[in-house]
Write a protein that binds this ligand. Structure first.
Ligand code: ADE
Length: 425
């Protein structure tokens, strides 16, 4: 049976793309059994009834399933893009046309449009903000103080966003609870590591069709995203070099079998550079100056600030589109540097972001974090809150069950042993 949905207000590329979007959303759903079980429960229990939610996420097939879960739960949910290049226009169209969810997101939108959509998310007067990088929360705190009384809380799924929320809390401006989805085990162990790892290489390959085997691949940053990226780059035959500023992570990279050196040294030997640090200007003029002719640079960190493209642009005599998401900067020195995805998240700009199987757990955390905020409304202190361990473990259990994998459980004797300190040698 087909149901007709009255489209809400929206700003998407073309509603005619909805047919393709619907098909792709359904395909992603095959790998998202945990979120599907939440969608089904939410449809029955309506735990988000009457709650206005503004979600700022990459508008992908996976995010579509989160939006559907929120709607099933009774929320009045609105979705905007968390990055100007990551929107899948067909998905945005299908969410509007097939699900009646207001979406404001266009692939390739300019910064003005991006910020207008952030304002739209706040005009929705949300009770909960689902954020990806913390732009909506930062705008709320800076510019919309009167709306703070509407807020029950926020949920944040990126390392970058958590760093910003911590800074807000330290400055005394975070006056509501923030659920730290990023640090749930069922999020960062899989999404940041395997999701970013695979999709970053996927984006690079789709953009360039380059052979990675035998190339010197420099990965800047050895957090969870960097670990996954380095692992997959090595798996494809790359000679991987890691750069770090944290001594412990640097040792970890060494013991994982990677060469570790400062960017000043790595710059001269790299064929491909991937930044995943969350910090700005990790690759800057002194590094471009020593790079090989034709070296490629890209970013898989949240914001497009890791590569100093402004300085590179100032050195360029010509910037030429050579393939989709691939630009060659011809420099005054006579050398070329190739920039992928305009320095924005290459995995979402040139590929489709993290695969559905990992987003299943990330978005299960997001949906359950919203439910937790509503259930505990008025009881949670302002500041960051972990996803409760029982929730994290339940998501892992559901995922394992969906994968058809059984595990052991403690025997009564082991249960006693593991909870006691009296039994030694
Ligand atoms: N972040 C990284 N990959 C993503 C995806 N596929 N969907 C939504 N957000 C993402």
């Amino acid at each position: 049976m087909t149901t007709t949905v009255t489209p809400p207000k929206y700003d998407v590329r073309d509603l005619g793309l909805a047919v393709a979007g619907k098909q792709r959303i359904e395909w992603a759903g095959r790998e998202m059994p945990v979120l599907r079980s939440i969608q089904d429960r939410f449809a029955e229990e309506k735990p988000l009834a009457g709650i206005r939610i503004s979600a700022c996420c990459h508008v992908t097939t996976e995010t579509a399933h989160l939006a559907i879960a929120l709607k099933n739960g009774g929320a009045d949910a609105l979705l905007i893009a968390s990055n100007p290049l990551s929107t899948q226009d067909d998905v945005a169209a299908s969410l509007v046309a097939d699900h009646g969810i207001p979406v404001y997101a266009l692939k390739g939108e300019d910064n003005t449009t991006y910020h207008r959509h952030v304002e739209t998310a706040l005009d929705h007067r949300p009770n909960i903000i689902i954020d990806d990088g913390s732009d909506v929360v930062a705008t709320l705190v800076k510019e919309r103080q009167p709306q703070l009384s509407d807020i029950i809380g926020t949920t944040e799924e990126t390392t970058t966003g958590i760093v910003r929320l911590r800074a807000m809390f330290k400055d005394g401006v975070l006056s509501f609870p923030a659920m730290n989805v990023n640090d749930a085990d069922t999020k960062h162990f899989f999404d940041n590591r395997y999701g970013t790892g695979q999709s970053t290489l996927d984006g690079i390959i789709r953009a360039t069709n380059m052979l990675l085997a035998g190339k010197n691949i420099v990965v800047a940053g050895y957090g969870w995203c960097g670990k996954g990226t380095a692992l997959r780059a090595r798996g494809l035959g790359g000679n991987v070099v890691v750069t770090e500023i944290d001594p412990t992570r640097a040792i970890e990279a060494v013991m994982d079998g990677f060469r570790v050196m400062p960017m000043a040294e790595a710059a001269a030997i790299g064929d491909l550079f991937i930044t995943v640090t969350g910090n700005k200007h990790v690759i800057r003029p002194e590094h471009f100056a020593v790079m090989k002719d034709g070296a490629m640079v890209c970013n898989s960190g949240h914001f497009d600030i890791e590569i100093d493209l402004k300085s590179l642009g100032a050195e360029a005599t010509e910037i030429k589109d050579v393939r989709n998401f691939t630009q060659e900067y011809k420099l005054k020195s006579g050398k070329s540097i190739v920039v992928l995805g305009e320095g924005r998240l290459i995995n979402l700009a040139a590929a489709e972001g993290h695969p559905s199987a990992v987003m299943d757990m990330s978005f299960a955390n997001q949906a359950l974090a919203c439910e937790y905020l509503v259930k505990n409304q008025g009881k949670l202190e302002p500041g960051l809150h972990s996803i409760p361990e029982v929730v994290d473990k339940e998501i892992a259990r559901l995922k394992l069950a969906a994968m058809g994998i059984a595990i052991d459980s403690l025997t009564p004797e082991q249960e006693i042993y593991i909870n006691s300190w009296t039994m030694g040698t």
